[in-house]
Design a protein around this ligand. Structure first.
Ligand SMILES: Cc1ncc(COP(=O)(O)O)c(C=O)c1O
Length: 500
């Protein structure tokens, strides 16, 4: 790349800043005209500076879908910092990157190997591309009560049964910061001449410190999609897709990125990616060093508290899906308190002034980043200490909840199921029907049911338990989930896809 720019520069952010301060008359979008026409409550909330910087694709600000100027330079700097050959800025989150990556490899009935516990964005990618999923059973760690990611054994078996697969897609790290053997999975995919795509939404910080797990690209992945907004300092929804090697067709990827993103990309988001990259490339090592120390001190503090168990690096190595742990991700098992993770989350949020990232039936997960302060850690440990004094909800029978069971029986491809005729049935009577809905407890956003899956009693019970214990379930055509949509399926006309 041109050496005109260095990692301490912010070509896109600086140009945006210049134009936000420029004296000119805007006869272009957005309609608030740099805040002058904004509603007062919005102005009060965001401040004039943010609105002045909300600019469209002025010639000096380049074009996200045909970059030649400051976006091109900012993306090149990002590629260098994150260890990619090419990096693409995303304004619709990792969601758009995952969809675009899957669309670029799996169109028109091509097979893609992936674990069943993917984020819902991967299922959207399958629906939009028409790819046929070859699902691997998720690695469930009974000791910890947690699902991990794909294993190399699972990928090897899937590749043996489906040598015509067009790509392997995995999620790494998991929401809980667990990383498997991505290097071995990359090697297997490459032995079959196909790419490995990694949903690395929660791992944008990995490359900046040696005590963090290796990044997907360092492990040999062809594509990594990262939510720069989740663990680094970009604004919410700002993400990146990184590519290396020759296995991804760049023309198809460019087409996909343009199809699945707004034609009016938000420059606040784009510039925040430039800022986050500059920050991490220049002082990222020190920031992560400090962040890891803080997270370790939280871990030590939690181990002093009764009845709380924190996921730690000592838990790794017992199952093939758990090789590394991101030390900045804190997952606490609250089961021994006699309350669910949802109840613990509610107490912390509503009574104790601490808000976690994720609650599940048995766990709470917290994200520690360079934005976390030592004072935050003190408040967290005080709040957790108070939490250990709560009276257990002995009436709760939910503590015996079994982990969410996936159906794993696919009768139609997700795309076919979405475009079939549907009917609505009560959830309790949906058993043995084919789902037309994507039903997803959120967070973590891993679908319990995807379009095309045969609905089992275990899945229905699991969903009812999540709702009863205070979890959120999204994606159903009926938000209350009293009913759901199933495929109106005529057995006489077609053979199901069972056994793929
Ligand atoms: C594993 C995983 N992949 C993808 C996404 C989507 O990321 P984004 O919110 O940046 O669209 C998420 C969001 O939580 C996620 O957890």
């Amino acid at each position: 790349m041109s050496r005109l720019f260095h990692q301490c520069d912010t070509p896109l952010l600086s140009m945006l800043h210049q134009w936000a301060n420029r004296d000119y008359v805007p006869f272009h979008t957005p309609g608030h005209k740099q805040g002058r026409g904004a509603s007062l409550p919005l102005l009060d909330c965001l401040g004039l500076r943010a609105l002045q910087s909300d600019l469209p694709e002025l010639p000096e600000l380049d074009n996200l879908f045909a970059p030649q100027g400051v976006i091109w330079q900012a993306q090149k700097l990002a590629a260098e910092a994150f260890g990619a050959e090419n990096s693409y800025f995303l304004t619709n989150g990792s969601t758009s990157g995952v969809v675009a990556a899957l669309w670029s490899v799996g169109a028109n009935g091509g097979k893609v190997i992936l674990p069943r516990n993917v984020h819902q964005s991967a299922i959207s990618g399958l629906i939009l591309s028409g790819a046929i999923p070859i699902f691997m059973s998720p690695d469930y760690d009974e000791r910890l009560g947690l699902f991990h990611g794909a294993t190399s054994e699972g990928v090897a078996a899937a590749l043996q049964s489906h040598p015509d697969a067009q790509a392997v897609f995995i999620v790494s790290p998991s929401y809980f910061g667990v990383v498997g053997d991505v290097g071995a999975i990359a090697t297997l995919a490459h032995q079959h001449q196909i790419p490995l795509l990694v949903d690395e939404a929660h791992g944008a910080h990995f490359v900046f410190h040696p005590q963090l797990p290796p990044s997907a690209l360092q492990s040999g992945a062809d594509v990594s999609v990262q939510s720069t907004h989740k663990t680094l300092s970009a604004l919410t929804q700002a993400a990146m897709l990184h590519v290396q090697g020759h296995r991804i067709k760049s023309d198809r990827l460019h087409q996909a990125l343009q199809m699945f993103q707004s034609s009016s990309p938000n420059y606040l988001l784009l510039a925040s990616l430039d800022g986050a990259r500059q920050q991490m490339a220049t002082v990222g090592h020190d920031l992560m060093h400090h962040t890891i120390s803080l997270a370790n001190s939280i871990r030590r503090g939690i181990t002093q508290l009764p009845k709380l168990r924190v996921l730690s690096v000592e838990d790794s190595g017992q199952t093939p899906g758990f090789v590394y742990l991101d030390p900045t991700r804190i997952t606490i098992d609250v089961g021994e308190l006699g309350i669910t993770g949802y109840e613990a989350d509610q107490q912390l949020h509503q009574r104790l002034g601490v808000t976690a990232e994720l609650a599940t039936h048995q766990h709470l997960t917290l994200i520690i980043t360079p934005g976390t302060t030592p004072g935050d850690c003190v408040r967290l440990l005080d709040a957790l200490s108070e939490l250990t004094q709560v009276t257990p909800n002995l009436s709760s029978t939910l503590l015996t909840q079994i982990p969410l069971q996936f159906s794993l029986e696919l009768a139609l491809s997700p795309r076919e199921a979405v475009f079939s005729s549907h009917k609505s049935v009560p959830l309790a009577q949906a058993c043995n029907h084919i789902s037309a809905d994507l039903i997803c407890p959120y967070p973590p956003g891993i679908p319990a049911l995807i379009p095309g899956e045969v609905i089992t009693p275990e899945v229905i019970t699991g969903l009812q338990q999540i709702i009863a214990s205070g979890g959120w379930v999204t994606g159903g055509s009926d938000p209350s989930l009293k009913t759901m949509r199933v495929v109106q399926y005529d057995n006489s006309h077609r053979q199901p896809l069972r056994g793929i």
